[in-house]
Design a protein around this ligand. Structure first.
Ligand code: IPM
Ligand code: MG
Length: 361
């Protein structure tokens, strides 16, 4: 059987700690299932900038291109905020997405029953939430031209960004949404701002046209402001939510908080030959290096990697099952530590959480 190569790009802050745990978990789960896997590490983000002057050095991109999948931690931090836009750590993520053609970002938000009380929303609102945000990732206002800050004759400045979508770009991301909905509860909510934006009008018309090929999927449309509201009013309404790059950026953070912790949510970015998996949280500079981070989002990202890139369903479900068990047994990192009636909680750090998951496998 051919050995799989995973490019590991830990990045900055807690990215370093959480990816190490995820790698160790994936290694154990793969071994147990008799699968061959190999990891190669490369710097990305601020760490890469410090070493090479570039947040996405050519060697890192080359590793990602020749790997079978990419596992990324997180990038950024106050240390690099003063840097010019072109070399900010965030450029590395945007560059990887663009260079690898990762146009579809999948961000599941599923409530673990053991953590329902860790949400800021009432248990009855979020119990049973199981949705997935499909975010367009390489188009829209993040990449549209023209962009920039220009000097005006009167001495003032003008900042410009452009929201732009073509039919093929809309079709390919909507197809991901429709297909995913078909494999789930068959409900697709397309989120736009078609009452104001032409790019959204095109988006909505395209969705309506495509829905003829998906008679089994119930397509609904929602304006983004209303979607932001419905997400906290009645999140169980949602199955698959598909939307543009910037709306997806915002709504996926909101959806993540339904589950109680940003520290729990994995993501997958697909569309090219090689896919990228990362937790949706950031680098948490305030707790970095203190063994306090929650590695579960990255561990769950590694499970998505095994399933979607390698077709290793057994490895993926053994990891997901192990996460479920350690939560049921009461293991909690600080971010998800909330008393649960009838359960004795064990507060642990990043390393001990990783170890507990490995033992549960
Ligand atoms: C995300 C992040 C990124 C984004 C940043 C770090 C560029 O917020 O993955 O959601 O805006 O896409
Ligand atoms: Mg974001």
């Amino acid at each position: 059987m051919s050995e799989k190569l995973v490019a590991v790009l830990p990045g900055d802050g807690i990215g370093q700690e959480v990816t190490e745990e995820a790698v160790a978990v994936l290694e154990v789960a793969a071994k147990k299932a008799g699968k061959a896997i190999r990891f190669e590490r490369a710097p990305v983000g601020g760490a890469a900038y410090d070493l090479t002057g570039s947040p996405l050095p050519p060697e890192t991109l080359a590793l990602a291109r020749r790997a079978d999948a990419v596992l990324l931690g997180a990038v950024g931090g106050p240390k690099w905020e003063p840097l010019d836009f072109s070399v900010r750590p965030e450029r590395a993520i945007l560059g990887l997405r663009k260079e690898l053609g990762l146009y579809a970002n999948l961000r599941p938000a599923k409530v673990f029953p053991a953590l329902a009380d860790a949400s800021t929303l009432k248990r009855e609102v979020i119990d049973g939430v199981d949705m997935i945000v499909v975010r367009e990732l390489v188009g829209g206002i993040y990449f549209g031209q023209p962009r920039g800050i220009e000097q005006m004759p009167d001495g003032t400045e003008r900042g410009v960004n452009t929201e732009v979508y073509t039919t093929p770009e809309i079709e390919r991301i909507l197809k991901v949404g429709f297909d995913l909905a078909r494999s789930r509860r068959k409900r697709l909510c397309s989120v736009d701002k078609a009452n104001v934006l032409e790019s959204s009008e095109l988006w909505r018309n395209t969705a309506i046209r495509m829905s003829r090929d998906y008679p089994d999927v119930q397509l609904t449309h929602m304006y983004v402001d209303n979607a932001a509201m419905q997400l906290i009013r009645n999140p169980k309404e949602f199955d698959v939510l598909v939307t543009s790059n910037i709306f997806g950026d915002i709504l996926s953070d909101e959806a993540s908080m339904l589950t109680g912790s940003l520290g729990m949510l994995p993501s997958a970015s697909l569309g090219g030959r090689v896919a990228l998996y990362e937790p949706i949280h950031g680098t948490a500079p305030d707790i970095a290096g203190q063994d306090k981070a929650n590695p579960l989002a990255t561990i769950l990202s590694a499970a998505m990697l095994a399933r979607l890139s390698f077709g290793w369903e057994d490895v993926a479900s053994s990891i997901e099952g192990a996460v479920q068990r350690v939560l049921d047994e009461g293991y909690r990192t600080a971010d998800i530590y909330r008393p649960v009636p009838g359960v004795t909680l064990k507060q642990v750090g990043c390393k001990a959480m990783g170890r507990a998951v490995r033992e549960a496998i």
